[in-house]
Ligand binder design. Structure first.
Ligand SMILES: Nc1ncnc2c1ncn2[C@@H]1O[C@H](COP(=O)(O)OP(=O)(O)OP(=O)(O)O)[C@@H](O)[C@H]1O
Ligand SMILES: [Mg+2]
Length: 356
């Protein structure tokens, strides 16, 4: 017993350090608040969230937030737990779930409080993106659907028996139905790419052949717009990837180059090996209207279009570049966009080369 006594404080300290270490490994911030509303202890996550060491400062000095201050005050005076979400900081504004709990429930012991803070910013942003996405999909589907319903009603009512009107309206209805099915196809395509996002494609794709096939299938479209497609490919170029998905990437980019290009222009495709052969770079270059800088960072968002009316008129769903972005990401590649308004745009895709 006597022998063990000197060990006790050391054991106790080790025990305490172990517990403090555990608190430092927790993913949410924990702060201990004194009855004078001063932070007396904070774990590592608190320092990271607040980007400073809050110890010795008052709650007001650390947060300058009335809602939080009032909750600390109420917790102290009422001896009850408070749990609420608040927004804090500027750029980026954080959504934080705070819980303030008295350390001791009885009023005689009342004093210190424990504040935990959980950063819900990413979760809230994801929820917002999902909500926006559902709203966008519904809107995009409703537009052609209401056109269809409108023409069905016309054909059943005022235009009943009018053969000429029937031919015209059925043509429009077929276009609208085609738009709806394209939208559903694109959505399914996006969701299947997302589902496989973590699986790296492992096949070998001959990018020269792929670009030739895609440009051949789009050549009629280019001709109709009085455009041509020119290729400068320094092959052979083998990319590690999925042939169907990469076809979708270059189909979308070349189609955009034609759609948003100018009459008489040449769409240039350039492909070569870079980074000592470890990567393949493909540039799709047009001499079209270009894209204003303010739009560049948002271009790959689902349904984002510089000119919504125009894109829709051309039968676009606004999902093309979102699909491109997701496929390139799944291939562990990079997509970059450079554009000069009125001069044209270059969409560059860098993909890992296939190596045996
Ligand atoms: N080469 C380009 N030049 C100018 N603007 C472009 C170009 N490529 C894309 N954009 C702009 O980016 C927007 C988004 O392109 P995206 O391919 O995602 O959709 P879309 O072409 O409108 O429809 P979809 O590809 O689904 O048929 C387009 O609406 C257009 O405003
Ligand atoms: Mg497109």
């Amino acid at each position: 017993m006597i022998n063990k006594l000197p060990n006790k404080p050391r054991r106790l300290r080790a025990h305490l350090e172990q517990h403090l270490h555990i608190l430092d490994t927790l993913p949410f911030a924990i702060l201990q608040i004194s009855k004078k509303y001063k932070v007396v202890w904070a774990n590592l996550a608190a320092n990271e969230l607040l980007q400073m060491d809050p110890v010795s400062q008052t709650v007001d000095e650390v947060f300058s937030n009335d809602v939080l201050y009032d909750a600390v005050e109420a917790c102290y005076t009422e001896g009850e737990e408070f749990r609420f979400e608040f927004e804090w900081g500027q750029q980026p504004k954080l959504s934080i779930l705070a819980t303030i709990t008295p350390m001791h429930k009885t009023s005689a012991q009342r004093g210190r409080m424990i504040m935990t803070l959980q950063d819900l910013t990413t979760q809230r942003q994801t929820e917002q993106v999902r909500a926006d996405f559902v709203a966008n999909v519904s809107h995009e589907l409703r537009t052609p659907l209401s056109t269809l319903v409108g023409f069905i009603e016309t054909l059943q009512g005022p235009a009943r028996g009018d053969a000429e009107a029937a031919v015209k309206f059925l043509g429009i209805m077929a276009d609208e139905a085609a738009r709806m099915s394209r939208l559903v196809e694109d959505l399914l395509s996006l969701s299947s790419i997302e589902m496989n996002a973590s699986i790296l494609p492992s096949g070998a794709v001959d990018i020269e052949r792929l670009l030739l096939t895609v440009s051949e299938s789009l050549s009629n479209r280019a001709e109709r717009a009085d455009q041509s497609i020119d290729q400068e490919i320094h092959g052979p170029l083998l990319v590690r990837g999925d042939s169907d998905e990469l076809t979708q990437v270059f189909w979308n980019l070349i189609e955009n180059a034609i759609k948003y290009g100018r009459t008489g222009q040449t769409v240039n495709l350039r492909a070569s090996a870079i980074s000592k052969g470890s990567e393949i770079r493909v540039d799709v270059i047009d001499q079209g209207e270009g894209i204003d800088e303010q739009h560049l960072s948002r271009l790959t968002e689902r349904f984002y279009r510089v000119d919504k009316g125009r894109s829709r008129k051309m039968g676009g769903t606004g999902l093309g570049l979102a699909i491109v972005k997701h496929i390139v990401a799944r291939h562990r590649g990079r997509l970059s966009i450079a554009s000069v308004p009125d001069k044209g745009s270059t969409f560059s895709v860098v993909l890992p080369a296939f190596r045996g």
